[in-house]
Design a protein around this ligand. Sequence first.
Ligand code: NAG
Ligand code: NAG
Ligand code: NAG
Ligand code: NAG
Ligand code: NAG
Ligand code: NAG
Length: 308
Amino acid sequence: MDKILSFYLLIALTAIMVITSHSSVIFRRKINDNALDFLTPERIKETSIFKNKLKGNNENEKRNVNSRSIVVPPVFSQTSPEYNYPIGRFSIRLPDGNDRICTASVINTANGNIGITAAHCLIDNNGETIDTNSMWFSPGYDNGTDGPLEIIEVETVAIPLTFLATDAWNDYALIKFAFNDPAEENETLQHYTGGLGWRFDVGNNTLTNLFGYPGSGNLENCTKDFEHICEWQGYTQLEQEVHPFNYIISGLRLGEGASGGPLIFQYDRPINLGYIYSVHRAWRNDTNESVASIFDVFVFTGLLLNLS
Ligand SMILES: *[C@@H]1O[C@H](CO)[C@@H](O)[C@H](O)[C@H]1NC(C)=O
Ligand SMILES: *[C@@H]1O[C@H](CO)[C@@H](O)[C@H](O)[C@H]1NC(C)=O
Ligand SMILES: *[C@@H]1O[C@H](CO)[C@@H](O)[C@H](O)[C@H]1NC(C)=O
Ligand SMILES: *[C@@H]1O[C@H](CO)[C@@H](O)[C@H](O)[C@H]1NC(C)=O
Ligand SMILES: *[C@@H]1O[C@H](CO)[C@@H](O)[C@H](O)[C@H]1NC(C)=O
Ligand SMILES: *[C@@H]1O[C@H](CO)[C@@H](O)[C@H](O)[C@H]1NC(C)=O
C-alpha cells in the first residue's frame, strides 16, 4: 500500500516538477552566460511529498536512525601519507561539444577506486546520463595543472533513481574510476590519493570545510576561473523543515564549478582529510543560499553496492 502510494506520488511529482537548470555548467570553448546554477524554489514540493510518505511509516524512521551511525574513517595515501589529494577537478564533455567543470573526491572504500560528485554533473540537458568516456578526473588539480596522477578515466557511474526521476532529490552520485596503476602493481586510486571518510550523522550548525573549482560566485580569496581549488569554511544549517532534505549555506553562492564539491566534517588541514557528509548542489536565487543534499543512507549504500 505504502509503496503504491509512494509510486503515485512520485509520478505526480514528476509531472508537476519544474525542470530546473543544471548547475555548475561551464563552456570553456563556448562561454555560456546563462548561469546554470540557479535552483527554482522546490522546497514546498519536497516537504509535502515527504510528509505524505512518512504517514504510517515509522518503521523506516527508526531504521534510518540506526543506520545513520555508519561511520567510515578517512584513509591515508600509502605512497605519500603526508600528502593526500582526494579532491580533484572533474571535467565532462557535453554532447554539444561544450565542457562542464565539477568537483569530485575519492572516498574510502574497499574497492579503492570510488569517488563522489553531484548527480546533476553527470546528466546532459536532455536528462540523459552522459557517456562515461566523456568524463575525466584529476585529483590534486590546481592552478591550471593536473595532479600527480594526471587524468583518470571513468569506468561507470551510479546515480540515484530518485534523482533521475525528480531532477532534485539525492543530488549525489558515485563514480568508479578506470584507474591504471602507473607503477603496474595493481594498486587502487585511493592507495595514491588517500580517501575521505564518510558519514550520515552530521547535524545542524556544523563547522564545515568545502572545496571546489568555481568559475563564478562569491567565494572570497578565490581565483574564479575553474582552474584553482578554492575553500570555504563555516557553519552549515539543516534546512528548517520537519524532515530536512538539504544542508544550507546562507548568503553564499559557491559558484559554477563547485558542484559536487565535498562538505567535509572534521577537516584536518595538515593531512587534507576528513569526513564527507554532502556535496554542493546548487544556489537558490530567491534566498541567496547554497544547498547540498543530505545523504540518504540507503540510497548511498545502494550506489556503493552497485559499483562494488
Ligand atoms: C600558477 O601557474 C602559473 C602559470 O603556470 C605560474 O606562473 C605560477 O607560479 C603558479 N603558481 C603557483 C602558486 O604554483
Ligand atoms: C595485475 O592484475 C592483472 C590482471 O588481473 C594480472 O594479470 C597481473 O599479474 C597483476 N600484476 C601484479 C603485479 O599483481
Ligand atoms: C581572505 O584573505 C585575507 C588576507 O589574507 C584574510 O584577511 C581574510 O580573512 C580571507 N577571507 C576568507 C574568507 O578567508
Ligand atoms: C538549524 O539551526 C538554525 C539556527 O542556527 C535554525 O534556524 C534551524 O531551524 C535549525 N534547523 C533544524 C532542522 O533544526
Ligand atoms: C549573497 O550573499 C553574499 C554574501 O553576503 C553577497 O556577497 C551577495 O551579493 C549576495 N547575492 C545576492 C544575489 O544577493
Ligand atoms: C534572482 O533574484 C532576483 C531578486 O530576487 C530577481 O530579480 C531575479 O530575477 C532572480 N533571477 C532568476 C534567474 O531567478
